[in-house]
Design a binder for this molecule. Sequence first.
Ligand SMILES: [Zn+2]
Length: 394
Amino acid sequence: MLIKSVFFSLTLLGASVFAPMQAEANGNSPGNFGDGKPPVSGFISHDELSNELQKIERSSQGTVDVDVVGHSNQGREIYKATVGSGDKVVLVQSEIHGNEKTGTKALLQMLQQLGSNNASDMRELREELTIVAIPMMNPDSSELNRRGNDMTWNEVVEDFPQLEGAPSSWNYYTYTNEFWDYASNPGFDVNRDFNPDLDYTPQPEDFPGASAEPGWYITPEAQTVRDVYKELDEQFGQVDVFVDLHHQGEYLIDGTDDEVTLSLSGVFVPDPNSDEGEKYSEYADNYNEEFSKKLNVAAYNALQQKGNSPFGNISLYPQNLDLPGTALGSFALNGSGAVLFEVTGQTQTYGHQRMGQLVNAVELGLYGILDSVASGNVYEIDADDYDDIPLTDR
Ligand SMILES: [Zn+2]
């Protein structure tokens, strides 16, 4: 029962919804609203990821190109896998939260397919798109099967001596409870460490910060993804699409008894062109909410086409967020079409078959996005269809 209730309250990107309350309650555990410790059976370790990527690169005969683009704070490799030679760029990452694991499996399945399948639809994707995957972008948290990375505030100050004497950031976990021992092994929520100013360097006056303020790129994991993003930006002029793969709690589709399979979202900050988003006005020309909405509809439609099955139970994640420190918020402000996947709960509770279904749902949604961008069909989608995706009951 305990586990069950923990799963129900587990929340991922949306931890922010509860974060201020929680942060005020005990000061040092923002963003962790009772997320429990699930088993990891059926998912892959960082070592296995390394082997899998090598195998995929080899069997694709170079169609998939795997590079080490950085290292976690504990020195684990962060990989980038690139496939395709088109001029539209799609960047996808998984496991920024290490206890949200279906995305990594979905990315490996997709890379395997994109690298070795010569069917015409796969060839078209490779010709039209440059697909860049960063699976398990936060490997230290994956190894610990928890949300936070594995890094102390003292290590941050060693890297950025100007922060000597500044308060530690609000997303720094040092608490202990029945599931987590951040006290003896602290870490940061890396998905609050992004900043829409890709050249930002940490300034002491910007700490401790808050959920509705940008992050600082103090973690090597966020720095690595930022660097990949900047490099693609320079090479292609724009990262057209950014997708971030997460898990959430267990919910129902609003107004039904149907359990949500996954939730989607394309809105993470108030529109810089609106009064509410005025603080982001310098990004107003880049920001493209309409395109984000179209991409979400493309993923939604691909899943709906599977008909009456778990794949059909797709909902919209809560809207009206202001999360500039998330990778999605920061990159959306830089002009990328942005898509959040939030897979239901901890898949292990359903056994391997259910886990396989959820991995396949993620993969199916991703192909919906890839296909629509490669074919150009995404531009024909009515962005207003986004608002017709059923809400999540939460
Ligand atoms: Zn998450």
